[in-house]
Design a protein around this ligand. Structure first.
Ligand code: 5GP
Length: 117
C-alpha cells in the first residue's frame, strides 16, 4: 500500500490538524490517542513516511531506536517508569492496524492483562 500523504498522522506531523503533543524530537512526534484505551495512551510516530513494520528498511534502525527512547523519556516525564507501561506496534489486519503510518502505542496508568486480546 503506498503511503497516504493525506492521512491523519501525516497531517498531525505537519501540524495541519491539532493533536495533544506530549513529546517531540527532530525525528519523532508523540501525541495523545484520540480514543484512549488506558489512562495514559500515547502514540509515538516517526516523522518519516513509513506505513508498517514491514516497510522498514535497514537504515531505519536509528528511527526505531529513537521511538523507543522517546517512550523511555515519556515514561519518566509522566511518572510511570517504575510502575510500568506497555509498548505495542500493530501491523496489518490481524493485529488491527487502522492507520497506515507507523506508530507505537504507549499504554500506562492501569494494570495490563496478558495475553493481549
Ligand atoms: P492502530 O489500530 O492503527 O494501531 O491505531 C490507530 C490509533 O490511532 C487508534 O488508537 C486511534 O484511536 C488513533 N487515532 C485515530 N485517529 C486519530 C486522530 O485523528 N488523532 C489522534 N490523536 N489519534 C487518532
Amino acid at each position: 500500500m503506498p503511503y497516504d500523504e493525506n492521512g491523519i498522522f501525516a497531517a498531525i506531523i505537519r501540524k495541519e490538524i491539532p493533536a495533544k503533543i506530549v513529546h517531540e524530537t527532530d525525528n519523532v512526534l508523540a501525541f495523545e490517542d484520540i480514543n484512549p484505551k488506558a489512562p495514559n495512551h500515547i502514540l509515538i510516530v516517526p516523522k518519516l513516511q513509513i506505513e508498517t513494520v514491514n516497510d522498514l528498511q535497514d537504515d531505519h534502525a536509528q528511527i526505531i531506536g529513537e521511538m523507543v527512547l522517546a517512550a523511555r523519556d515519556i515514561a519518566a516525564e509522566i511518572g510511570v517508569a517504575e510502575k510500568g507501561y506497555r509498548l505495542v506496534i500493530n501491523t496489518n489486519a490481524d493485529a488491527g492496524q487502522e492507520i497506515f503510518h507507523l506508530h507505537m502505542h504507549f499504554f500506562a496508568g492501569r494494570k495490563m492483562t496478558w495475553p493481549p486480546g
